[in-house]
Write a protein that binds this ligand. Structure first.
Ligand code: KG4
Ligand code: ZN
Length: 331
């Protein structure tokens, strides 16, 4: 089965062609990051317009690179949410137009299902698994007992971990997105600044606003006192505390459900310290993290999730399918 998939939930316009939920034949990602950098974050109106400008060429390039024509496509999978609604609708409408013109079934897929399934590209998922989903909008622990079945065990009470990275980078005037920049600086520094130990009362939930505020207050106080701030050490200190919380809560979930596999998903899965800590702490369980290019938003992962959704439910969406800025993983 050949799947054409589309992802446009934030600031990447992406189309991919994949085969049987496993092999990626093409994956075109048109990033808008440079345009949004001047504003220190994604501007939704600009994002929608850029998707409109780019999407046709991205469709054409994905087909060309995979050496496929529309008649080769068996299924279309598109991100239906959550995300920026204007951005989502561009991808959804392009996917619907393509489906209608070529009479191909279409399925709307949850963005986080895509992030989790990015792992299946290199390592077959084994169940029960615990997925740690870490991105700019999500910090969640998800239990999967079989393909395309999701149970959210815990989530963040406040900020997502990626959001905390981005905000701290902004306060330090480091640029956008902050995650990769802080990650790089942290590896050149030492965790010398004191950080609070994050302790949520629950075993699976997360909280990042306390750590974020602690770092921002510390920076502001040092600036007022005109004390020099060592950016590398600040990055290393924050990153150590942020990743420790992810590892602690993941351990709880893995132990409690006796999971066979631990999966890390989402943009923050690209974080080098997190990857190293996962390898260090979870030696007794199979772990998987996507290749770097499949950590941040891309259509390839949506194609894999779309394939498994369709295999399981044999259900397609109608032409009035909508996009959703908020969406439960089970929908
Ligand atoms: O999954 P993604 O591309 O978009 C969302 O669905 O949110 O994740 C983007 C997030 C941003 O917050 C970005 O700063 C973070 O992932 N990120 C990282 C790294 N690379 C991307 N955070 C920490 N370390 C990284 N190396
Ligand atoms: Zn994402």
């Amino acid at each position: 089965m050949i799947v054409l998939s589309v992802e446009s939930s934030c600031d990447e316009t992406s189309v991919s062609i994949s085969q049987n939920g496993k092999t990626i034949l093409s994956n075109i990602v048109l990033s808008q990051i440079e345009l949004h950098q001047a504003f220190g974050g994604v501007v939704p109106e600009i994002a929608s317009r850029e998707h409109v400008k780019g999407i046709t060429a991205v469709f054409e390039k994905a087909l060309k690179d995979a050496d496929k024509t529309p008649s080769d496509i068996d299924l279309i999978a598109v991100t239906k949410g959550p995300g920026l609604i204007g951005s989502l609708l561009v991808g959804i409408n392009a996917a619907k137009a393509f489906a209608f013109a070529h009479q191909i079934p279409i399925v709307g897929i949850h963005h986080i299902a895509g992030h989790i399934y990015a792992n299946h590209i290199e390592n077959d998922l084994e169940f029960p698994l615990i997925a740690l989903v870490v991105s700019g909008g999500h910090t969640e622990l998800v239990l999967m007992k079989e393909h395309y079945s999701f149970e959210t065990l815990g989530q963040t009470y406040d900020d997502a971990v990626g959001e905390a990275y981005d905000k701290i980078a902004r306060v330090l005037d480091l640029g956008y997105p902050g995650g990769p920049i802080i990650d790089k600086l942290a590896h050149e520094g030492q965790p010398t600044y004191p950080m609070p130990n994050i302790d949520t009362s629950s075993r699976y939930d997360f909280s990042y606003s306390g750590l974020k505020s602690h770092v921002i207050n510390m920076i502001n106080t040092m600036r007022m006192k005109k004390e020099p701030i060592n950016h590398r050490n600040m990055a290393a200190s924050f990153q150590k505390a942020a990743v420790k919380h992810l590892i602690t809560q993941s351990k709880h979930a893995i132990e409690d459900v006796d999971a066979k596999m631990f999966v890390v998903a989402g943009g923050v899965a690209a974080n080098k310290h997190l990857r190293a800590e996962v390898n260090k702490h979870f030696k007794d369980i199979k772990t998987t993290m996507p290749a770097f290019k499949y950590c941040t938003d891309n259509a390839a992962m949506m194609g894999i999730a779309g394939y498994f959704y369709y295999q399981k439910y044999q259900r397609q969406d109608a032409m009035d399918m909508n996009g959703f800025s908020r969406l439960d993983l089970r929908e």
